[in-house]
Unconditional design. Structure first.
Length: 152
């Protein structure tokens, strides 16, 4: 989950940063990473606003979600049977991609939109497709990286 949190920090979204990491459970290796952002090369061409009357002036129809980017950026040909670690429970559109790609488990950090229709639909699809979901639990709330120690 720490790697997903690090990936989320790459997002330029001023209000919501989501990171996703795909792990091959066979050898416990990261095979894909992603974060929410605009389509490649278009970071400065579209708005990051959340509010307003005009849908074309808000971020929602333009942003590529972290889950999609992790699947697209995968380093292996296949992610079937893998686990996705994601900082926010996937929406219904990402759930479709996760199911289609063959990912079998989703571990999420936050489910702050659990009452939304999109999250409810995602949960229903995951249940029907037998994709396991679980909230990340830890006794360690932070990780400190000492770069000086890494150099020794």
């Amino acid at each position: 989950m720490a790697a997903a949190c690090l990936a989320a920090q790459r997002s330029k979204d001023p209000s919501t940063q989501v990171g996703a990491v795909i792990v091959n459970e066979t050898d416990n290796k990261i095979v894909g990473t992603g974060y929410n952002g605009m389509p490649a090369g278009l970071d400065d061409q579209f708005p990051w606003k959340r509010d307003g009357e005009e849908p074309l002036k808000k971020k929602y129809i333009y942003v590529t979600h972290g889950e999609l980017n992790a699947i697209m950026n995968k380093s292996s040909a296949d992610v079937k049977g893998c686990t996705m670690y994601v900082t926010l429970f996937p929406c219904n559109e990402c759930a479709k991609l996760i199911i289609q790609s063959g990912i079998r488990k989703v571990i999420y950090l936050s489910n702050k939109y659990e009452k939304s229709n999109e999250t409810q639909a995602a949960k229903r699809m995951f249940d029907e497709a037998e994709v396991k979901t679980e909230q990340f639990k830890t006794t360690c709330s932070e990780i400190l990286i000492n770069f000086h120690e890494c150099l020794q």
